[in-house]
Every structure is written in C-alpha cells, then in structure tokens.
Design a binder for this molecule. Sequence first.
Ligand SMILES: [Zn+2]
Length: 334
Amino acid sequence: MKMAAGWRLSKGEIRKYYVDENDLWSSFNYVFSEACAKRSTYKFGLIKSILDNILSVTPTSRGMELSYIDIFSKFTVNYWNLITKYHLRQIHSNVRYTDSQIEKVFQDALSHAGVLGDVEFDSLAENDKNSIISKVTKECKRCVVGALYENFDGQLYGFDLKDTGIWINPVAYEFMLKYKPEIEQLNYYAWAKFLEKVNKDDALIRVLGKLELSTPRRVDLSIYRKILEMEFEDNTCFYCGCKLSRSAHVDHVIPWAFVKADHLWNFVLACPKCNHKKNDRLPTKEGLSRVIVRNEHLKSVPKIFISKEFKGYNPDLMWRIWNYAKLSGLKEMK
Ligand SMILES: [Zn+2]
C-alpha cells in the first residue's frame, strides 16, 4: 500500500538498503504509471535531475550524497525551455491554480528582467539565475522531495529538508547508472503522456523531442579547452597524436548522448578529423585506459575548478560507465 501524503514529510531514512533490480524496476514502473498520483510533472522532473547528476554524487556512509543545489539547478534549466519557450503547461487543469508555482516563478523572473519570451536561461544575469534557482528549490523541497521518496517506499533515497541534499541508496545509484538511458526514455514517455492530457494540441507537436532537448547541451566548452591546453604542453590529438592547431575540438570521451553532462575528467582534445570520426562512439579499452592515466595526473593539479570537476570521479566509475554505455547500445570506435 503506497501512502499518499509523502509530500508532507520533512525527512525520511532509506528504509531498505538491499533491493534487487526487480524491486527497483517495479518501483520505477509504478512511479511512471497512472496509478501513482501526480498533480504536476515535478516527479518526472526530479527523476530527470537526479539522472543528470548521477555522475557527480559523493559517497558517504549513509549513501551517495547529492545536494539540493545540484538537483534543482538542473531541474530549473530543464524546465526553463519547456515553460518559457515551448509553453508546455506542467500542471493538471483540475487543480485550483492555473499555473504551477514553478511556472509563476519563471514568469515573474521574465517580467522582472524585462524580457519577453524566448531567452536562454544562461543569458540571464547571475543574480536573477540564483534567485530563480533558490525559489524553485524552496518550492520543490516543499512539494516533491518527500512525495517521490514515499512513492519509492524509501528505497531510492533518504532525505532531510533541513540538510543540504538527499542521499541515494547505493544499490539504486548503481541501478540508475546502469540503466540510465532506459529510465530516461520511460520517464520521457510518461512525462509526455501527462503533458498530452494537460496541454492544448498545438503546444504538443513533437513533445518527446522537446523533452529530450530539455537538457540543453553546453555550446561553449572553451574553459575545458583552456585547462587541457594548459596542463598538457605537448598539445597533441588524444586519438591520433597529431599536432593540434587552433581548431582543436573538445571531445566527450564517453559520448554526451550517454552522460548528458560535462565533466573535465570526460574531456580530451582531439583534431577535427578524429573528433568527427569518433562522433557518438566509445573509445577503445586501450583509449579508456589512457584517459584514466591522464585523469590521475589532471586530478592532482591544485586548482579549485579542477577539484570541483572531479567530484565523484574514480577510475572504477569510468570503467563501469564505459560498460554500461556499451550495454545501452553505444559502439566502440574503430
Ligand atoms: Zn586526431
């Protein structure tokens, strides 16, 4: 029997650490099903944000810690386009508010900034961004963190709203790492079905595509290029060893399509030819070993930016992601 009032909870421990894959599939499928009550899409949004952050959690004795700031920064960016650009309503029409709190926060922010319509979240002033994220965090802590906790019967994570974040059950963490693309797809599908119910038809063209685009891909990777150039004086292509010109590409070692996040430990410099050839492929085992050796060197550079980028990283994680990405259908580079 699933209790309905999870959103009222202010904290909850992980109730069961030893769950198997069947238990977890069953819980995820329940949350995606219509049997699990939802008045807005926030549960889908929270699952998505946890998945988007899954490579930067910190292991502690109670679980894999993930801060509210990390979760809801992603959550905000993911929702921004859906609401301000695609005008997709995120709340059931039978509730008494016409807009969800998040929609209101965004609209207020837009009118405060004096801009109309399409503006990228990243282009807002730093103060405005922080203020939006902090309002979204407050709202989501109130209405969705406890609710999702309860829907998973306390198996997915533990939380305390007074704390800095949630702690994910290590078994569930490994499960999400392993089945990330599959869970993502099921989440999109259930989210899209919900949106179809609460939106006008004309808002819905290719709604699945809009959801997939909701994790915006960073365009400017120059900060990573600079660091990699600075730390590796020989300045050669990681894959073929040719001398790099100004047109060096910053390449995601494990493709972006799988990780959906930017981490320094997952970047190398490549010549345009190799970058193009690699595209959405995985490196070979030999290539991955070299990245891991490179990372040991890079990790030891005493710079705050670098140590932040390496949060949650370890060589073994890289091997596991490589294997899981293969399992999800990605091919190795030839
Ligand atoms: Zn090359």
